[in-house]
Design a protein. Structure first.
Ligand code: ADP
Length: 171
């Protein structure tokens, strides 16, 4: 009988990368300013080197009806028309990343909404200065991520694959 790596752990059960926790997914989008500034590669690199798995990726000019569903909770905000204008100003690169705790960790990696408050080392803290041009989107909850992934991708566009280092980066 082979010993599964989980059985030789020194940590508590809550740290185990259970099948469902390890399959958590989030939506990350490089916004039009990030694409224009050729930051796509650097942003992808951060998620790869952190240990997450890319399961979906595409470039598109986002239609307004898709954006209005994506930002449905912001429609009453005064900046909403400007947000739509910005998000339709050029192509976006949308991605689905998978891995343990990926929603929360991605939000940390992306940094505060307002770049003036984003820590250095975060995407927004390193690459942006103004809240209306903050380079990247990351889902803010597991439920939100599920909703956004369904909105931007159809099932056939998401790839189930095994990453060979899965048991190295996650218990
Ligand atoms: P986040 O993108 O960090 O989840 P929100 O959902 O609150 O933040 O806002 C969505 C997007 O709307 C922001 O990323 C930003 O592009 C834009 N935005 C938010 N607040 C403002 C603001 N005060 N002025 C202009 N644009 C804003």
């Amino acid at each position: 009988n082979k010993i599964h790596p989980c059985q030789i752990s020194n940590y508590g059960f809550s740290y185990y990368c259970t099948a469902s926790a390890g399959r958590e997914r989030t939506l990350i989008a490089v916004k039009p300013d990030g694409v224009q500034r050729r930051l796509v590669g650097q942003i992808i690199q951060r998620f790869e080197q952190r240990g997450f798995k890319l399961v979906g990726l595409k470039m598109l000019k986002a239609p307004e009806d898709l954006l209005s569903q994506h930002y449905h909770n912001l429609q009453k905000k005064s900046f909403y028309p400007y947000l739509l204008c910005y998000m339709t100003s050029g192509p976006v690169v949308v991605m689905v990343w998978e891995g343990f705790n990926v929603v929360q960790t991605s939000r940390m990696m992306v940094g505060s909404t307002n770049p003036a408050e984003a820590q250095p080392g975060t995407v927004r803290g390193d690459f942006s200065i103004h809240v209306s041009r903050n380079v990247v989107h990351a889902s803010d909850s597991v439920a939100g991520a599920e909703r956004e992934i369904q909105l931007w991708f159809n099932g056939r566009e998401l790839i189930d694959w095994d990453c060979c280092d899965h048991n190295i980066v996650c218990e």
